[in-house]
Design a protein around this ligand. Structure first.
Ligand code: SF4
Ligand code: SF4
Length: 223
């Protein structure tokens, strides 16, 4: 699984930095998901260093970090580079939104005044077909239905996240949403259930999605 990110327009990031009066920057570039999406990694780091230096920013330090979203990794980075973190007025992260919040949490005790900015937009958690082709196949609903739907997710594959078969907008196996360019998720589910000899599951009545389960402030905490 990869957290899929895309690059924010450079101007947008530069405007935010200017608006926050940032001058000395510590760059953190995600070496895992964002590296794969070409929005981080070594290449992204070099690109952003060049852009920012040209704009007159001082780069106090810049590094690729695996798992920016893992507080333990970021805590190690901050410990090892304490003087540079102290000198920088802001951290710029080439990562997903998890990375930003991970850094803020790690810095919160010793450096609560440091600002953290992000160069990427976070799109979705994605399945990778190959570099440059990523697909949303799960929205982390918290109540996985794949065992009943032939392993195809109705929440992400059906444009309306319907739970009980295709709507009236399906024409020749295609979905009305997006002008009939994409396959109807429920037709895919039907075909797959047929393929594995479980069409009996197709007519099973399912309750509407309980979105309260996938709402805000979710957490998994082992007790
Ligand atoms: S039903 Fe779909 S969105 Fe929910 S957990 Fe399973 S794959 Fe993810
Ligand atoms: S046509 Fe199919 S995929 Fe599109 S909204 Fe209706 S059921 Fe969902």
């Amino acid at each position: 699984m990869v957290v899929i990110t895309t690059k924010k327009p450079v101007e947008e990031v530069l405007n935010v930095l200017k608006d926050n009066n940032a001058k000395k920057l510590f760059l953190v570039s995600c070496g895992v998901c964002s590296a794969l999406c070409q929005t981080g990694g070594e290449k992204g780091l070099e690109e952003w260093k060049e852009i920012l230096e040209k704009e007159g920013y001082e780069i106090v330090n810049g590094m690729v970090v695996d798992d920016v979203c893992d507080n333990r990794e970021m805590a190690k980075v901050v410990r090892k580079n304490d003087a540079d973190v102290q000198e920088a007025d802001s951290i710029v992260t080439l990562s997903c939104g998890l990375g930003v919040q991970s850094i803020i949490q790690v810095l919160s005790k010793k450096y609560p005044e440091k600002r953290v900015f992000v160069t990427n937009n976070t799109e979705f958690m994605g399945m990778t077909e190959r570099i440059g082709r990523f697909y949303m196949r799960c929205r982390g609903c918290g109540d996985c239905l794949l065992n009943e739907t032939g392993g195809i997710c109705p929440i992400t594959t059906c444009a309306k996240s319907l739970m009980n078969g295709p709507c009236g907008g399906m024409v020749n196996g295609k979905c009305e949403v997006g002008n009939y360019e994409k396959d109807c998720g429920w037709v895919l589910i039907y075909n797959r259930l047929k393929e594995i000899g479980r069409l009996d599951l197709f007519s099973k009545l399912r309750d509407p999605v309980d979105w309260s389960e996938s709402g805000h402030q979710r957490e998994v905490v082992w007790r």
